[in-house]
Each structure stands twice: as C-alpha cells, then as structure tokens.
Ligand binder design. Structure first.
Ligand code: DGL
Length: 273
C-alpha cells in the first residue's frame, strides 16, 4: 500500500503553529483509524496581528499542501484563520469539507450564571466580521467581555506553559474579565487550551473554561460519515504526520512536548512556504 493508501481516511489539519495540536488530540480520539496530516505554519506564527489577506494566502497554500498529501477533509484548527479564510477556502475548494473553529459563544452563554462571559482570543479573531456576527446571533442579553492576548501564542510556541512570563500574561489578560464579573471564560484560540492548567491556577476553580476542540472533532466525524465515501478498514490504527514551515528541530521539540509522544516533523516543501 502506498503512503496515501486507498483504505485509510486522510484528514488534513492546519494552524499558525502548534495550537491546533489541542484539536488534533480530540480528532485522534474521535477518528482512531484516520491518517492525520498536520501542518504548523510556524514560519509565519503568530497570525493574530496579520492582515486577513496574508492569512488567506497562507491558508490557500497550506490547503494545497494538505490536498497533495491526500486530505479528503480539512480542519482549520485556528480561530484566526477561520475568521479570515474559511469563506474563500470553501469557495476555492468547493468539493472539500472544511471544518472551522469559532469562539464558543453559544455554549458559554448557555453556561453562565453571572450573565457575563469573557472571551480570550487573538486581536484578529476579535476584530473579525465573523466574530461580530457570532455575538449578534448568540449573545442575547449576556454581557460579553473580550480580551485580545498578544504574546500568549508565542509562549505556547516556546513550550513555556508555566514560565514566569506566561503567568504574568495570563494574570494581565484574565484580570479585566474577573473584574467585569465573568464566571465563564472562552478559550478562543487553539493555543490557549495548553495554558488551561495555568489559567486555572490564576483564576481559581470557580471559573468555567470552555473551548471547542471536542465539538469540532465531533463535527468533523459527522461530516466525514455523511459526506465522504466509506473507506476506513475497521480495526486499522491511524497515524499522524507533522510538517512545519518553520525551524524543524524547534518544531520537533515543541510538537513532541504538546503531542505527548516523540514526533517526526518534516519541513514543508519550499513551494508551500
Ligand atoms: N491558534 C490560533 C487561533 O486559534 C492562533 C493564532 C495566531 O497565530 O495568532 O486563533
């Protein structure tokens, strides 16, 4: 059987860096037989302060790479890239199911007791038209307090999940949400679930932390089951391949740390960088 084999489902997943690995864990649990191809666009991280046009161009290139690897469905494991590029991607590659990520406003609004929800996300996500539409649709009478978090993606990219700097940033960004009376925090960037233990230490156990990784994995499975022809050999064990547009040695270290197993990370071919 060749690498892209006919019997194995292939799912492409990309993010600006290693944040999407927080989603990949859920995908692995939900689709144990699938072959997962992950791209970290580490050569261009962070996306948070970049223009929508730049992110769209990167999303197009990464999608072309994933399709060249046999991907049949693609998870945009990045809230910022979903806000900037989900629509053009779906238009350009209309036969491919794309599953995007959005801050979990709807479940957070349902969960809050204080009627105040805090959103931690990148500036790009918070300033997007897609986020405004999400608030319009689901916020209702609940007060939504947003907080952009420059620097937080970078500490996760370094694997600094408990450093003094990470704690200082988490304290700075969560303080306004606590002050506003939020009892529910949305982790609106796929890097942030890796900081959940630190956030929990800083804000205490009474605040609910919500992210959409598990829901996205369930939605992926639903779409794979309904939209793609059956291909999975029952009992087959899936595998993962990792690629980066950045430094391979550095990515290998961080991917292995966050994936929880030794990972082989390959350089993204030059044409996609
Ligand atoms: N993981 C990306 C997200 O979900 C981070 C974006 C960035 O690189 O700033 O938004």
């Amino acid at each position: 059987m060749d690498q892209v084999g006919n019997d194995t489902r292939t799912i492409g997943v990309f993010d600006s860096g290693v944040g999407g690995l927080s989603v990949l864990h859920h995908i692995r649990d939900t689709l144990p037989e699938a072959r997962l191809v992950y791209v970290a666009d580490s050569g261009h991280v962070p996306y948070g302060g970049r223009s929508a046009a730049f992110i769209e161009a990167r999303a197009m290139a990464l999608t072309r790479f994933l399709l060249s690897q046999g991907a049949e469905a693609i998870v945009i494991a990045c809230n910022t890239a979903t806000a900037a590029a989900a629509l053009p991607l779906r238009k350009q590659f209309s036969k491919i199911p794309f599953i995007g990520m959005e801050p979990a406003i709807k479940p957070a609004v349902a969960a809050t007791q204080s009627n105040v929800v805090g959103v931690l996300a990148t500036v790009g996500t918070l300033e997007s038209a897609r986020f405004a539409a999400l608030l319009e649709k689901y916020a209702g009478s609940v007060k939504i307090v947003t907080q952009g978090c420059p620097g937080l993606v970078e500490v996760v990219e370094r694997g600094d999940l408990h450093s003094v700097e990470a704690r200082r940033l988490v304290e700075r960004y969560t303080a306004p949400l606590l002050q506003a009376g939020a009892d529910t925090f949305i982790l609106g960037c796929t890097h942030y679930p890796f900081l959940a233990p630190l956030i929990r230490e800083v804000v205490g156990g009474q605040i609910a932390l919500i992210d959409t990784g598990a829901a996205v994995a369930r939605e992926l499975k639903r779409r794979v089951d309904t939209e793609l022809p059956p291909r999975v050999k029952l009992g087959e064990v899936g595998n993962e391949t990792f690629h980066t547009s950045g430094d391979v040695a550095r990515a290998t270290r961080i991917v292995s740390q966050l994936w929880g197993a030794d990972a082989v990370v390959e350089a993204l071919p030059l044409v996609f960088r």
